[in-house]
Design a protein around this ligand. Structure first.
Ligand code: G3P
Length: 219
């Protein structure tokens, strides 16, 4: 499984990127707006400062503009940029054109099983189901498991990068479906390291170690 960071603030990302478990960063217009400043400069800094993929969303609204924008975004750094395009008719048509040109595309804003099937037929590399928004909209989180099973059974090229997480329960549930990747904000990842039982075990190890009369050790 891959982990991506779903935010664009360089200083915030730097606090956990050094863990070495992240495959890159996912962004969208809301994330870029919340980060402030020039969206282009933000994307350029993410590309420059961090190893791995940077997902960037096309913001145009009709097919030819999305294709033009997608090519331009991809050319910023073709090996690192992966496009995101929202799931709607013009987006799907543009996604197909870009995929046919060998550019990696994610169809984003996925909330249903049937959108997954369509995305697989389009042949995009990734889909981004919005887990918290699905739950808020009364769509069971288990739909992500159905999506995963369908893509596996089809031996589809399309893989799931699950997004829109608001708590650890959602994250853990979707991770248990063995999706290709999850993406979440820094604050949510930090909660992975806040476990009372693990912290207690570490305290005990440290305390016991201090009580040993150590004549020799490796360091
Ligand atoms: O990557 C998609 C994600 O940013 C959407 O999350 O929290 O706006 O539902 P949210």
């Amino acid at each position: 499984m891959k982990f991506y960071i779903d935010e664009a603030n360089v200083a915030s990302i730097q606090t956990i990127f050094k863990l070495g478990i992240f495959s890159g960063i996912t962004t969208n217009p809301t994330i870029l707006k919340n980060n402030g400043g020039s969206p282009l400069q933000t994307i350029k800094s993410l590309l420059e400062k961090f190893e791995g993929d940077v997902f960037v969303q096309c913001t145009s609204e009709d097919v030819s503009d999305i294709v033009k924008e997608g090519k331009a975004l991809n050319s910023l750094e073709p090996k690192k940029v992966i496009l995101k395009i929202p799931f709607y008719p013009d987006g799907i048509r543009a996604a197909k054109t870009l995929v046919d040109k060998g550019i990696r595309v994610t169809l984003t804003g996925i909330h249903t099983f049937s959108q997954t099937v369509v995305s697989s037929v389009v042949g995009v590399d990734y889909i981004a189901p919005y887990v918290n928004r699905m739950e808020n909209g009364g769509i069971s989180i288990e739909t992500v498991l159905k999506m995963q099973k369908f893509l596996e059974d089809e031996k589809s090229k399309t893989k799931i990068i699950a997004a829109s997480f608001k708590n650890l329960q959602q994250l853990e549930k979707v991770m248990s479906y063995n999706v290709y990747a999850v993406t979440a904000p820094v604050a949510l990842y930090k909660l992975l390291f806040e476990n009372a039982l693990t912290e207690k075990a570490i305290r005990n190890f440290n305390s016991d170690w201090k009580q040993i009369d150590k004549k020799e050790w490796v360091i």
